[in-house]
Design a protein around this ligand. Sequence first.
Ligand SMILES: [Zn+2]
Length: 377
Amino acid sequence: MTQLNASEIVVLTSIQQSGGISRKALAEKTGLSQASITKITHRLGRDDYIREGERVGTGMGRKEVLLYPNPGKFKFLGVDIGGHRLRIALADYRYELIRVEQYLMEELERKDDVLRELADKLRSFLEACGETSVDAIGVGVTGIVDIGRQTILNIPNLDRWNDVNIVGALSDRFGCPVYLEESGRTMAFAEKLAGKAKDESDFIVVHVAYGVVAGIYTSGRPLRGAGNVGGLLGHITADEKGTRCRCGNYGCLENIVTYPMLEGEYRRRGGGAASLAEAYGINDKIALDVLIEAGKAIGIALSNVVNLFNPQTIYLGGPVFDRFPIVFEEVRRTVLLRANRFATVAMALDRTTFGDRQGLLGALTLAGTSFVASLET
Ligand SMILES: [Zn+2]
């Protein structure tokens, strides 16, 4: 693989993240001189990393050529390991998804060797794509990750993923670099590198599905904490009298607001519709109560996070927000009511860019950016 110097990587990364950028804008963005940009983009073009696109007018001056990453230069495999679902995607260097598959984690849990089963699934997925190899694999996990040892320490909802050396196993099997990260953080990477948070230095991504995960960017960097556990929003205590969570604690937020918990609560209160979604569709009182309480619980948790981190934007995503817009509205109402008004005055609440596929895009952007950074001489 061709090596690149530090400036070439900065320029290539800026082009990748821009969605089309002129040489002049690149100089402004990177702080490099026009002459350096001309030299670097010439080299990147010659080695096929970037392509020239259309010319665009910039007012009085001459027209500028926009530069794009060459989508075919690299292929990345993204693996999103959730508590409930495994999702796999192949993407090009513009993070366009070429193929996506999903499986239930239960299916892997039944096997003796979960890593071998996962690797077999990835191998047949690649065969179905007509590929024999990829440039890098990114893995996002809804659990605790030891970043130094590149090992999954624990996935709270699953039994067979304790102290699993996934990076070693997959890099042996596929002969390419493998990058591992907790999935709240990968979802924040996706928002920062390919989504709406490109120009933001302080923001939070929250995803609610079968679990609750969050990624926090503070002063332009992802929050990790001393042991890479920072941002574990799903397992903060939301109800001290609540039931025991799979993590060992009681009354975790994740035990109240996830999709199966909401469905279960609706049943416990005597809800009779076929599903919570159906009940919500006909404005069923029990369903609305359950969902408003969930929105309130997420909103209270986030109000505390807002006071601690003072984000520019909170991005909310995942099936709970997709299916029940009332939860989003209740989160917004509660955060604006409870968080400090000086922290919320200029703060926005928005939906995540990739919705249900945020984790997949997260694993792919993790693979892409880590791989390109590794090309440095
Ligand atoms: Zn918990």
